[in-house]
Design a protein around this ligand. Structure first.
Ligand SMILES: Cc1ncc(COP(=O)(O)O)c(C=O)c1O
Length: 437
């Protein structure tokens, strides 16, 4: 490692100076395993950043990327098209909830969010409600790092240096360890927190609000699951006040909860839904917004014939190589039943295995759903809010990649994981958590 220069690369969301003092370098990956530069095998219990859902280095995706790059590497997507983008879109919307039949592409979750917010504004204008320009997000929400996303997001350090340039306000988050600790699946308590949306509507006036945006469960906020009935109530309040509801399914999509999307799993249909990450099994960057027909039609019909209806798009929207990667990813998801696998025995095993750690004194909450989960640790006073990072570093040394968020260890393993591999993760974490008591 001594020959590797680390000066030039400014790493994202990383304490650069401490990382560069002791780099943790991943060299190869296969299935659920990462191979490090120093010759260790580590279990990827986070599927990268909640994204390598079918496991790493799937050869049929690699082959599809290679073939597409040789056939059509790129062609303008403004005013010209390529067939694969249409074919892929038709195939994608077979998996989305009812009515979400239109798809707009970007290159990341952040771009999907920006696109969704702009579609919401365009739609409100198109139907003559141009005063509706603000958004309601939620505390602990993460919607990427662009200016719209940080404005509607609710993780303080992500916006404190940059402000909240897009007009937004935030509902209360739903994490309630006091009442819901050690819930298996959706927590019992907290449906009443949805009424916080009513408070904000009364405060700002419905005629100012374009849309409400939430993750069905908060991922980067620390795996915060919605209380039973909460999302349905949010939907009802949106309908009552004629507000659009956007679900950010960048993490919760593509099988994480046991259905293709959390909106299907929890039977609440949004007006728009963002996606990225698992859409291509994280091989080629791709983001997408799925949009209800009525929104698309309203925007189309408001523009004169022959005019651009929506002044928005990216050079790489529907990039051919990303579409090819996405098609091959769908082949795997469909053939291997990965989009619903977490709803079966493996999800139950995950739940039981995680909750087997409840006997450890310094574990104060375990929460799980499908193939996602978090273990909340009791942090010493001086490390409160930062203990997860310390636990994550210890887990890495023990051979497990788990994400530290606040005082929790958060995990979302590849959906191909087997029971014995879950047991190995939990065995290793038992040692790590005990050593931190
Ligand atoms: C819910 C959610 N939305 C948006 C994003 C941003 O995605 P990206 O990092 O691809 O821009 C993320 C990333 O973790 C996310 O979890």
């Amino acid at each position: 490692m001594s020959e590797m220069k680390t000066d030039a690369f400014w790493m994202p969301f990383t304490p650069n100076r401490s990382f560069k003092a002791a780099p943790r370098i991943v060299e190869r990956a296969e299935g659920i395993y990462l191979m490090t530069k120093d010759g260790r095998q580590v279990i990827d219990a986070t599927a990268g950043l909640w994204c390598s859902n079918a496991g790493h280095c799937r050869s049929e995706i690699a082959d599809a990327i290679h073939q597409q790059a040789k056939k059509l590497d790129y062609s303008s997507i403004f005013n010209f098209g390529h067939e694969l983008s249409f074919e892929y879109s038709e195939r994608l919307v077979k998996h989305t909830p009812d009515g979400l039949n239109r798809v707009f592409f970007g290159n990341s979750g952040s771009e999907a969010v920006e696109s969704a917010l702009k579609i919401a504004l365009q739609y409100q204008r198109a139907r003559g409600k141009g005063s509706r320009t603000m958004f309601i997000g939620r505390e602990k929400g993460y919607h990427g790092v662009n200016f719209g996303g940080i404005s509607v997001g609710g993780i303080a350090p992500n916006y404190q240096s940059f402000g909240q340039p897009v007009k937004s306000n935030h509902m209360r988050h739903t994490l309630d360890i006091e009442r819901n600790a050690f819930s298996r699946g959706l927590p019992e308590h907290g449906v009443e927190l949805a009424e916080d949306l009513e408070r904000l509507v009364a405060f700002h006036g419905a005629d100012q609000i374009a849309a409400v945006i939430v993750e069905p469960f908060s991922g980067a906020g620390g795996v915060v699951l919605p209380p039973k009935g909460y999302l349905k109530r949010i939907r009802e309040i949106c309908d009552q006040h004629d507000l659009l509801l956007i679900f950010d399914e960048v993490i919760s999509g593509w099988g994480r909860t046991g259905s293709a999307f959390a909106s299907i799993e929890w039977d609440v249909t949004p007006d728009m839904m963002t996606s990225a990450k698992g859409i291509t099994n994280a091989t080629v960057p791709l983001g997408a917004v799925f949009v209800q027909d009525h929104i698309y039609n309203t925007v189309m019909n408001a523009a004169p014939e022959g005019m651009v209806e929506f002044f928005h798009g990216y050079t790489y929207s529907a990039h051919p190589v990303a579409c090819a990667a996405g098609m091959a990813t769908l082949d795997i998801y469909e053939r291997e039943g990965l989009l619903t696998r977490a709803a079966g025995d493996i999800g139950k095993h995950w739940e039981n295995a995680l909750h087997s750690l409840a006997d450890l004194d310094n574990v104060i909450d375990i929460r799980n759903y499908g193939l996602v989960g978090a273990i909340e640790l009791r942090a010493p006073a001086e490390l409160k809010g930062k203990f997860g990072a310390k636990a994550s570093a210890a887990a890495w040394d023990a051979g497990v990649m788990a994400r530290g968020i606040g005082d929790a260890l958060c995990m979302s393993p590849p959906l191909i994981i087997e029971e014995h591999e879950i047991d190995t993760i939990v065995d290793k974490l038992r040692g790590v958590i005990k050593s931190m008591a």
